[in-house]
Design a protein around this ligand. Structure first.
Ligand SMILES: Nc1ncnc2c1ncn2[C@@H]1O[C@H](COP(=O)(O)OP(=O)(O)OP(=O)(O)O)[C@@H](O)[C@H]1O
Length: 384
């Protein structure tokens, strides 16, 4: 399978400086969620700037869709259409007098006809939940709103790969979760997403693949559960394990849990404790998970369900579902990591409702089915 992006023995030195990247080799598959994790100065931003040709390796090469990047103006224009980059500091990315003009900048520069620009900008602002913000000056927006404008600017180019440098830095926890949910939505629409972070909790919950970097090198690449269970490696990169992994390690150290198969999330961890400590998997007595596609006509069905008192918790995945919940004045218990939180509630016997839309409906059904296979539990799914 062709990789979306590949780095082959990439080296880079800023002018008159030492090497900031020292032989990086990484292959990113199409549709994958990849987190570059590492301490300050590891080289994450430098590597991300290579994804769309902003920086050029001093040695080695970067491949996009199996083709080595070329750095002439015409090739770079094509690369930037395929790879969108969202900077850590939104202020560095937003410069136009209005939100609309900012988001339209890329499409206009690509030479898109005016009516097409109008429709892609409207679509991008809709996708990030910023309809009504068109005439506002970007520099008067909150940090979370600015981040959304920057993401809309990238989405308007309809890229195959989206790269985010520290997507949640300087955002409060609730806004950070909204942005992460938006990144999931972008990924579920078929795009490859690469981000950099030093937040191990974020990478542990989110990534399919984690690349651990330090001092311009890749220390290790693997699944979050494999990589974050290696404390010595994390220590080398001056990082701490995620809380769930820390608890797992303590319990494994005392012989309460087996060291094999470290858990990938809180749900897997609690299942592990139940199975290995109590020697059981309770196969029934579970709650139900309702899944509502918030398209036309969903409001009445959802309201009937909620007024019946059958559902204890409600979660929303994606911008459209969150807007629906806002419009219908539905209080949300879960806004990020919704499926796993509903699975945890279901195992505890509570019914929950997932509001979502489009391709995320199938994703939700698939994730629940996978969990049932892994855990041996039966959870009833009701699509509405
Ligand atoms: N414009 C620049 N000019 C010279 N050196 C730079 C420049 N930008 C980064 N560096 C150096 O390159 C190395 C890697 O920096 P980089 O910003 O890529 O790391 P990072 O992992 O993104 O760090 P952080 O988590 O702090 O953002 C550092 O030693 C840094 O000092």
């Amino acid at each position: 399978m062709t990789c979306a992006l590949e780095f082959q023995d990439v080296h880079f030195a800023y002018q008159d400086g030492p090497e900031s990247l020292r032989g990086i080799s990484i292959a990113v598959k199409k549709g994958e969620k990849v987190a570059l994790v590492g301490p300050n100065g590891a080289g994450k931003t430098t590597l991300l700037l290579m994804c769309n040709g902003t920086l050029r390796p001093t040695k080695g090469r970067v491949l996009l869709d199996g083709e080595a990047l070329a750095y002439d103006t015409r090739s770079l224009r094509e690369v930037r259409r395929k790879v969108g980059l969202v900077f850590q500091n939104s202020d560095a990315q937003l410069f136009a007098p209005t939100v609309w003009q900012d988001v339209a900048f890329g499409p206009v520069n690509l030479g898109m006809p005016a009516d097409r620009v109008k429709s892609v900008v409207a679509r991008a602002l809709h996708d990030v939940g910023l309809v009504g913000f068109e005439k506002r000056p970007p520099h008067h927006l909150s940090g979370g709103e600015k981040k959304r404008v920057a993401i809309a600017g990238v989405l308007a180019m309809d890229p195959e790969v989206i790269v985010f440098d520290e997507p949640t830095s300087s955002l409060d926890p609730a806004t950070a979760e909204e942005v992460m949910d938006l990144l999931d939505e972008v990924n579920h629409s078929g795009r490859t997403v690469i981000l950099s972070t030093h937040d191990v909790e974020l990478a542990y919950r989110w990534a399919d693949t984690v690349v651990l970097m330090d001092q311009g090198e890749v220390l290790s690449t693997g699944t979050a559960e494999a990589l974050f269970s290696d404390v010595a490696l994390l220590h080398r990169a001056r990082l701490k394990p995620p809380v769930v992994m820390d608890l797992f390690r303590e319990l494994a150290g005392r012989g309460v849990l087996s060291r094999e198969a470290p858990p990938g999330n809180a749900l897997a961890f609690t299942d592990l404790v139940e199975r290995q400590v109590l020697g059981r998997v309770s196969p029934d007595g579970h709650g139900r998970i309702y899944i509502a596609d918030v398209g036309d006509g969903a409001a009445d069905r959802v309201k009937t369900l909620l007024s019946s008192g059958t559902v204890e918790r409600v979660g929303a995945m994606g911008t459209k579902a969150k807007r629906f919940a806002g419009d219908e004045k539905i209080a949300l218990d879960f806004t990020y990591g919704v499926i796993d939180k509903c699975l945890l509630r279901a195992v505890n016997g509570e019914n929950s409702l997932v509001l979502t839309s489009g391709g995320m409906v199938e994703h939700t059904v698939g994730r629940i089915a996978a969990y049932m296979t892994e855990s041996g539990r039966q959870i009833e799914v009701c699509r509405m």
